[in-house]
Ligand binder design. Structure first.
Ligand code: MN3
Length: 196
């Protein structure tokens, strides 16, 4: 299986300021995200080694580690890519606003429902907007990196609500982080993912 790769951020480290400081971003990308990549690679190596030795005694814990670390890597990749420099009146296109309105009542309703979902994730996790093949939209919480998974739905917008994603800038105020985060959402990217 191909090994995951830690890519550089798709923008300068200070691009998301003042919503997310460069100190926070550098710690988050270079330490936390990097650790998931390294742990995923180490786990894949162990699984491939077991395949040769036919020793599957630790298979259960390896597959758990793979799910946790590989998802951790993939979700961070998406998270970096759905953000850009902050804009005050940051809104989706009228086409996508219509999609959100059909599903959630209005753009404002969507933001409220998504924000409440993000703030209420239990412990460490994520909140995502996902689409299926029929282009239905759903909001989903993800605990850790891999729990509460919904099959056949792909995330197109995601926020990391692990404390490491905001503590340096917002202390324990997850709600403040979530409300500021809407300024850096890259709606063009979200809409491109929706169209894919
Ligand atoms: Mn994170």
């Amino acid at each position: 299986m191909n090994k995951p790769l830690l890519k550089d951020l798709p923008y300068e480290i200070s691009t998301l300021e003042p919503v997310l400081s460069k100190e926070l971003l550098s710690l988050h990308h270079d330490k936390h995200h990097a650790a998931y990549v390294n742990n995923a690679i180490a786990t894949i190596d162990k699984i491939e080694k077991n395949r040769i030795t036919k020793d599957f005694s630790n298979q259960k814990s390896l597959l758990k580690d793979l799910s946790f670390n590989l998802n951790g890597h993939l979700l961070h990749d998406l998270y970096w890519n759905v953000m850009r420099s902050p804009q005050d009146d940051n809104k989706p296109s009228s086409d996508f606003t219509e999609k959100l309105t059909n599903e959630f009542g209005s753009y404002e309703n969507f933001v409220e429902e998504f924000s409440r979902s993000a703030v209420s994730v239990e412990g460490s996790g994520w909140c995502a907007l996902l689409k299926n093949d029929e282009k239905d939209l759903v909001i989903m919480q993800i605990e850790n990196h891999n729990k509460l998974y919904l099959t056949n739905y792909r995330p197109i917008l995601i926020i990391d609500v692990w404390e490491h994603a905001y503590y340096l800038d917002y202390k324990n105020d997850r709600a403040k982080y979530v409300s500021e985060w809407w300024k850096v959402v890259n709606w063009e990217k979200v809409e491109a993912l929706y169209q894919e």
